[in-house]
Design a protein around this ligand. Structure first.
Ligand SMILES: *Cc1c(COP(=O)(O)O)cnc(C)c1O
Ligand SMILES: [Zn+2]
Length: 418
């Protein structure tokens, strides 16, 4: 259907035959999948999408690889929730939450890895590897298991135990590296140039990264084939933010949706906010930082798409903001308490940033705002533990119930001891 045959440098435009390559040999810019949009326009319609699978594969003609049926876990096509309660608190009548906590391994990374697996199979690799801040590791481990490939996961020291365990259960090789994610990524880049392994987010990147488009595709479809006015997106490498704009452009190109590109806003945690800092400073170049935040899935100090993300936000009229760890924990609780969705720290960062932007008057009360909630809270329990109310302890008697439950203020957070 849409197996991509060419890659093009995003910086200088040089083209290459599709392969396990990701940097331009002319200028070191990132390589991207090239589509024949005329052919895609003929192959995709609102009706063809509606009749397609309930996963990312419904947008096949705009994806760089075809579904490998025996390796598929069916990621994507997650709910878009009209968030009325949280919207009422923020003064937004048309606030929507894209609930990507419900993917096969509980984060949006499944969408990307599905494409990495398809590309790895196509180029004949037997090992699927990655450099990960946590969620990617779980997604690679699960997809490799499903595809019958060996998985090797490289993670920085100090990740959440639940992220390591939810990857370990698929029986991959997990390599914990002494250093930050940026050190891990540098090491993996070296390994990828010496060993014939498919690294999902390195030499498979031109395919892998295209999976990011599918959240925006789905959001438009689920809004009744229209663009929202605003999008709020968490930012680590900046890939999801940059590819969201590409998704809107492509929907316009193939004639599925017309209209103005949404204003795309970025969300970072203050303890690792190099992209927000560059945005604020009016700079194009992102200065690397050393991460220190509970939002470990966003802890990339030297983001590959950082400067592209700054430019995308500026070009679309968006803002890149950061929030403190305390604010992002509040964001997790706000989303859980008002909408029943338990997000991880990256989702809390997005909701807290949404709140901050709303308070700053960024959104009109009737404008459509979509927030991407990209991962599930069970993987980052430690971040919220201290802020939760403990259960009320009683003896199994009516008297204890009446004294302990009916009269007590059960909302006082006394700290959960784990
Ligand atoms: C990886 C990740 C992100 C960040 O995505 P980038 O494309 O690297 O900016 C956001 N949220 C979650 C849950 C993630 O795992
Ligand atoms: Zn180039």
């Amino acid at each position: 259907m849409a197996t991509v045959t060419q890659l093009r440098c995003r910086a200088c435009g040089a083209t290459y035959d599709a392969g396990p390559e990701y940097v331009c040999s002319e200028c070191f810019g990132p390589l991207e999948s090239v589509y024949d949009y005329e052919a895609a326009a003929g192959a995709i319609s609102r009706a063809s999408v509606a009749a397609g699978p309930t996963s990312i594969w419904r947008y096949g003609p705009l994806l760089p690889a075809d579904c490998v049926a025996d390796a598929d876990l069916g990621p994507g096509y997650t709910p878009l929730i009209h968030a009325r309660r949280i919207g009422a608190r923020l003064g937004l009548r048309n606030l929507y939450v894209k609930n990507d906590t419900v993917n096969p391994t509980w984060s949006f990374k499944d969408r990307l890895v599905a494409l990495a697996v398809a590309a790895a199979r196509r180029f004949g690799f037997e090992v699927l590897a990655c450099a990960s801040t946590g969620n990617l590791a779980g997604a690679v481990a699960a997809h490799a298991a499903r595809a019958g490939m060996r998985a090797v996961l490289f993670i920085p020291k100090g990740l959440e135990l639940s992220k390591v365990m939810t990857a370990a259960v698929y029986n991959p090789t997990i390599v914990e590296v002494e250093g930050t994610y940026d050190d891990v990524n540098r090491l993996c880049t070296e390994i990828a140039s010496e060993h014939p392994w498919a690294f999902a987010n390195i030499n498979m990147r031109p395919f892998y990264s295209e999976g990011c488009k599918t959240l925006a595709f789905e959001a438009c479809e689920q809004l009744g084939w229209r663009f929202p006015d605003h999008l709020v997106v968490p930012v680590a490498s900046g890939n999801l933010l940059v590819k969201s704009e590409k998704a809107f452009d492509e929907f316009r190109k193939v004639g599925l949706v017309q209209g103005r590109t949404p204003r795309i806003h970025g969300a970072q945690a203050e303890g690792c906010s190099p992209v927000a800092a560059a945005f604020r400073a009016g700079a194009d170049v992102v200065k690397p930082v050393r991460p220190n935040t509970v939002a470990k899935s966003l802890a990339i100090g030297n983001p590959a798409d950082g400067s592209f993300a700054v430019k995308t936000a500026r070009r679309t009229g968006g803002v890149i903001e950061s929030v403190t760890d305390a604010e992002l924990v509040e964001g997790i609780r706000l989303l859980a308490e008002t909408e029943g969705i338990f997000a991880e720290t990256a989702g809390g960062t997005t909701i807290a940033t949404l709140k901050k932007l709303a308070a700053a008057g960024t959104f009109g009360a009737d404008e459509t705002v979509v927030a991407f909630v990209t991962g599930a809270g069970l993987k980052t329990l430690d971040a919220v533990a201290a802020s939760l109310a403990e259960p009320v302890w009683i003896q199994p008697s009516l008297r204890d119930f009446e004294r302990g439950v009916l009269s007590a203020d059960r909302r006082t957070p006394v700290g959960w001891v784990t």
